[in-house]
Structure formats: C-alpha cells, structure tokens
Design a protein around this ligand. Structure first.
Ligand code: PAP
Length: 326
C-alpha cells in the first residue's frame, strides 16, 4: 500500500458493472474516508459491497463452519485468537499457529478479505480434516445468513461499547493512513457514528441483529461482550467452549488449560510476537495497529462529556425495549 493510498476495502475501484447498477438503486452518502451505500440496512464502502455480493452469491457453507462476527474495533482480533486456541488446544505441542501467524490470517474476513478481490477465492487452505473452518465478518446477521443459504453454522458475535470502539477506530485509522490525530477527524467520525452513516453502521442495527438472533436461537448464535471478556475472562472462555461443543474437562481446568489459552491470547503476549510486530494484512495494514491498550472506558480520555452523553442517549433510545445495553 502506498503511503496515502487507502486499503482496498475502503476504495471504489473494484466494482463490477452489475454492482454499479445495484449501487445506483441504493441510498448513497459519504464520510471522511469515501463513498458509502446502504445495502440490506448496512452502510458499506463500494469495494466492500462488492465483497458482500461475491460472498452472498458464491460462498458454499459447510455445516461445521464457524463465523466470528463483530462490529469494527470490538475485539475481533481477540475473539479470533481465542477461538483458534480453543479449537486447536489438543494439538500443536510445538509450533502453535498463533505464534507464527496473526489471528486475522488464520481467520480471514469473508467480505473484507476472501471475497473482496475474487468471487471464487480458494478456501482449501482453511479446511482441515480435524477442525471446522473459521471465517470472520462485520456484516449484520441477515446479510450473513443469506450467504449461508440455510446452513446451520454456529455464529459468535462480539459487541463493545460504541464510545470505546470509536476511539479505537480513530487511533487505527490515523495510524494506517499516517494522519495526524486531530480533533477534527475524531469529530467527523463521531458525527458519522451518531447519524448511523458509518462503515458497517448503524451500529445499533448491526448489534441488534445479532442480539435478536441469539435470543431466537441461542444454540446457533452466541452474543458476547468485550467488557465481560475483560471482567471475567475465565467464565467467558468456558462459555465459548461450551457453545462450540468442546467444553473444558475437569482435568483440563485443574491443569490450568483455561489460563494457558487466556495467557497465549492476551494483548501483551500477542503484541509481543514478531509476526504481530512486523507483519501486514492482505489489505496492506500493519498487524501492530490491531493491538493498542485494550482497556474499558478509554473514551473518557478523548470524548467530551457532551459527546459521551449524546452517544449514550442515541444508543439507549435505539435499544429501548430490546433488553440489551452496550
Ligand atoms: P478489527 O475490527 O479491525 O478487527 P478489533 O480487533 O476488533 O479490530 O479491535 C481492536 C481493539 O481490540 C483494540 O482496542 P483499543 O484500541 O481500545 O486498544 C485492541 O487493543 C484490542 N485488542 C486486540 N487484541 C486484544 C487482546 N488480545 N485482548 C484484548 N484486547 C485486544
């Protein structure tokens, strides 16, 4: 990626004639990065929409596939690492995959990676006879389900407080675009978040789609929160293992199996690995930008009380009656 060039998923230079026609029938808008269009209730940059369409038209799900879903900057990297470590825990006495690969390489995004450049990506390297295939997405649940075409794959969703996710995105965006971290950029991202016209927004609709899915079919959709993972990681990791149908045995718990995974996947451990210090993802973004503070409540250090209460009020209003708060 050239210094000032945007990653491919945020651009509009890889859209088929058919998708251009589709876009001309959709609501469109823009934010401080580029043009957005609203497809199935969610805003995408045009190239990412192409990835969504490629996925929906061509993905062939296997019943055992696992989909890791999240809002951007809500703990995706952590969830990917924990899932790999959980499912691979009986193997890899030496040479654990997380030691030599970034979680985003091990669990690729569907629309933002695999189907971004090709409608028929080669998925063979993600298949193994002993583990399920793992994929990730930021798409809302109904859009994902359309691509799964009735396949009963398990889906985990990780949600995070919208204010902390906004600050995380501000840092991330300024780093990969090599921009000075100005209040102007933060304020413009804040306005996008509040108006709902933001990449993968409105965030409340995206989160609610998975919340409702998890209430309708808890054996299929697991709803997790970043803050709960931070607060009680042991209990939450056990919950994840149970959902996947591979609970920890008493023996594993007694021998520290849960703590071992939490330690391997902790922010300090992962960010200290060479691959995560020097590698880049398929869109040319440095892996090191995916690891920062990992704290709850960092938004207080950056947003004014007025900005915080505006976001709180909007989210509260949108979630009213749902039984969810985040
Ligand atoms: P993505 O949506 O672009 O994939 P994602 O991994 O969801 O990014 O979000 C990055 C955030 O998760 C960062 O938060 P921060 O900016 O508030 O610090 C990052 O620090 C945090 N993060 C990454 N890895 C871990 C981890 N292993 N444990 C806890 N938090 C983590």
């Amino acid at each position: 990626m050239a210094d000032n060039e945007l990653p491919m998923n945020l651009r509009e230079d890889n859209v088929s004639e058919e998708t251009k026609k589709l876009i001309s029938s959709l609501p469109t808008d823009k934010d401080c990065v580029g043009k957005l269009c609203k497809y199935q209730g969610c805003w995408y940059y045009y190239n990412t929409l192409q990835g969504v369409i490629n996925f929906q038209n061509n993905f062939q799900a296997q019943e055992t596939d696992i989909i890791l879903a999240s809002s951007p900057k809500s703990g995706t990297t952590w969830l990917k690492a924990l899932t790999v470590a959980l499912l691979e825990r009986s193997k890899h006495h030496d040479g654990h995959p997380l030691l030599s690969d970034n979680p985003h390489a091990l669990v690729p995004f569907l629309e933002n990676n695999l189907y971004l450049k090709s409608s028929t990506p080669d998925l063979t390297k993600y298949s193994s006879s002993s583990s399920p295939r793992l994929f990730a997405t930021h798409m809302p649940l109904l859009t994902v389900k359309e691509g799964l075409k009735g396949s009963p794959c398990k889906i985990v969703f990780m949600c995070r407080n919208a204010k902390d996710a906004l600050i995380s995105l501000w840092y991330f965006r300024c780093k990969y675009q090599k921009l000075e971290m100005t209040r102007g950029i933060l304020e413009s991202m804040f306005e996008s978040l509040c108006s709902g016209v933001s990449f993968y927004g409105p965030i409340w609709d995206q989160v609610l789609s998975y919340w409702r899915g998890s209430l309708e079919d808890p054996s299929r959709v697991l709803f997790m929160k970043y803050e709960e993972m931070k607060e009680e990681p042991y209990a939450q990791l056990k919950r994840l293992a149970e959902f996947f149908g591979c609970p920890f045995t008493e023996e594993e718990e007694e021998s520290g199996g849960v703590e071992k995974i939490l330690e391997l996947c902790s922010l300090p451990s992962l960010s200290d690995l060479e691959i995560n210090k020097s590698g880049k993802n398929v869109n040319g973004v440095d892996y090191k930008f995916y690891f920062r503070k990992g704290e709850v409540g960092d938004s207080k250090n950056h947003l004014t009380p007025e900005m915080e209460s505006k976001i709180d009020m909007i989210i509260e209003e949108k979630l009213k009656g749902s039984g969810l708060s985040f």
